[in-house]
Design a protein around this ligand. Structure first.
Ligand code: ADP
Length: 490
């Protein structure tokens, strides 16, 4: 079985850092690209070789660099070219192993309509839906009933999706969704789907190898979303009983078999209030929230991706896959929840993540780095682990309270307020909870106190560039904590 000695990571930021970390532990050389604004980015520092490129989306250039620098395989991360069937095929054509599924599986799952058809055949339960010519949509919608969702077949990240409560709103919603989809994906095909009221978003981690073996890890709970974007994820889910988990996992395994799937993927479902689950989509890549699965199953999913790409059989017995303990992840964004979640840009004058035996931090930033408008404003993912949900929740909350960031506004206080809310603590939430709660999570006295405390840290502490990088052998610059003596945020 050929082992890789060099892998090209076709990505940037936290996921490039994450993948590089596993490569290092496996003794595999890593190469990653960077564009001009990323010249000094963290991911360029942790790989063995960083190479300049024009764009992270320039597949041809990435492939030729990967070959030129001696890589045998390409890890696409998530986002960018990770779900691009042509890029995957071009890698294979250039003799590079694409660490992911086949171009065919990517293409079929990239089209939501095709994906639905195929998963229906594989026996997965479906939300009632309608597709057909736009002029027949009113009739189609009547057959489904309201409320419903207009969805773009090529959609992703909530784009091209519109909620329609009554017939009079339908034509405009279709027009808008199609326009948005055409702009974002170059494809305006759409379908209608029954809107499930107050559902949970539950997903399972699938894996297939090149020998026909299928594996499915248990669920991630991703119901805490804002504008269809996940913010807090956990594994396992309070809403999933062992019985239901078995059914979800079986559906996941069926999906792998139906697709002849290789590598890591995610099957997303929505779960209604009566514990019925319905297929949503398959993401043919590693997910942002993969760490919660890693923690409760004690597995390095990137290492598993690499083993599968090298041709190893999946050596894990399905029946051994049982979640242990609880993991919870919060996505820390440079944005202002009290000002319409406007992205915030600036220099990370202070960037001091918490540490502890049950905390994991995945980030693409270091103190002193620039948060720019060029890329996603996610600063970090903070993940906690504990023997049970409450321990994981408290650990995450404590970690967030210690996370000191200055230079940009962050959603840290907002995340803290969600984690402290009785509905979250009871686990009685659904995908519309955050939106429906409106101002429930807006600024409180507590968060202004934290902001004040952080401002004080800034006032007492030295300026960014001196932190941790003493100029010309002078004694190390004192940290803000040192200047504050025994005074701490909490
Ligand atoms: P995208 O690919 O754009 O992320 P998805 O189809 O995965 O779109 O849906 C994103 C989110 O929208 C889901 O996590 C869920 O919260 C919500 N959603 C999707 N379909 C439905 C539905 N039929 N009923 C209720 N909510 C839905």
């Amino acid at each position: 079985m050929p082992k890789f000695d060099t892998v090209f990571i076709a990505n940037r930021g936290e996921i490039a850092v994450r993948v590089a970390s596993t490569l290092r532990s496996l003794g595999i050389r890593s190469i990653a690209p960077y564009t001009e604004p990323d010249r000094k980015a963290y991911h360029t520092q942790v790989v063995d070789l960083a190479v300049p490129v024009q764009s992270y989306l320039h597949g041809e250039q990435l492939i030729s660099l990967a070959r030129e620098k001696g890589a045998q395989a390409v890890h696409p991360g998530y986002g960018f070219l990770s779900e691009n069937a042509e890029f995957c095929a071009a890698c294979q054509k250039a003799g590079l192993e694409f660490i992911g599924p086949s171009p065919d599986a990517i293409a079929r799952m990239g089209d939501k309509l095709l994906a639905k058809q195929q998963m229906k055949q594989a026996g997965l339960p479906m939300v009632p839906s309608w597709s057909g010519p736009p002029e027949e949509a009113v009739e189609g919608a009547r057959s489904l009933g309201y409320p419903l969702l207009v969805k773009a077949a090529a959609g992703g990240g909530g784009k091209g999706m519109r909620l329609v409560k009554e017939e009079s709103e339908l034509p405009q919603a279709i027009e808008r969704a199609r326009g948005e989809a055409l702009k974002a994906f170059g494809d305006d095909s759409f379908f209608l789907e029954k809107f499930i009221v107050n559902p949970r978003h539950i997903e399972v981690q699938i894996f297939g190898d090149k020998h026909g073996n299928a594996l499915c890890f248990g669920e991630r709970e991703c119901s805490l979303q804002r504008r269809y974007q996940k913010i807090i994820e956990e594994a396992p889910s309070l809403a999933v009983s062992p019985d239901l988990r078995e059914k979800l996992v079986k559906a996941g395994v069926n999906a792998v078999r139906a697709l002849n799937y290789t590598g890591a993927g995610t099957v997303e479902f929505i779960l209604d209030e009566d514990e019925h689950f319905y297929f949503l989509e398959v993401n043919t890549r590693l997910q942002v929230e993969h760490p919660v699965t890693e923690l409760v199953y004690g597995v390095d999913l990137v290492a598993l991706q690499i083993a599968v790409a090298e041709g190893a059989p999946l050596a894990i017995e399905q029946s051994f896959l049982k979640p242990r303990g609880w993991a919870m992840e919060a996505r820390v964004y440079a944005e202002d929840p009290d000002d319409g979640f406007l992205p915030s840009v600036g220099t990370l004058g202070v960037f001091q993540p918490p540490a502890g035996p049950n905390l994991r931090l995945d980030t693409g930033f270091r103190q002193g780095d620039e948060v720019s408008i060029h890329f996603d404003p996610m600063l970090a993912k903070l993940i906690s682990y504990g023997p049970d949900r409450e321990a994981a929740r408290r650990g995450l909350l404590a970690g967030l309270k210690e996370f000191a960031v200055l230079g940009v506004t962050t959603n840290i206080p907002y995340l803290g307020r969600i984690l402290s809310h009785p509905t979250f603590i009871d686990g009685e939430f659904h995908t519309q909870f955050l939106e429906a709660s409106g101002s429930l999570f807006s600024r409180t006295e507590d968060s202004s106190k934290q902001a004040l405390a952080l401002a004080l840290v800034g006032a007492f502490g030295p300026r960014t560039k001196e932190l941790g990088s003493p100029p010309n052998g002078s004694p190390p610059a004192p940290t803000p904590w040192a200047s504050l003596g025994e005074w701490r945020l909490n």
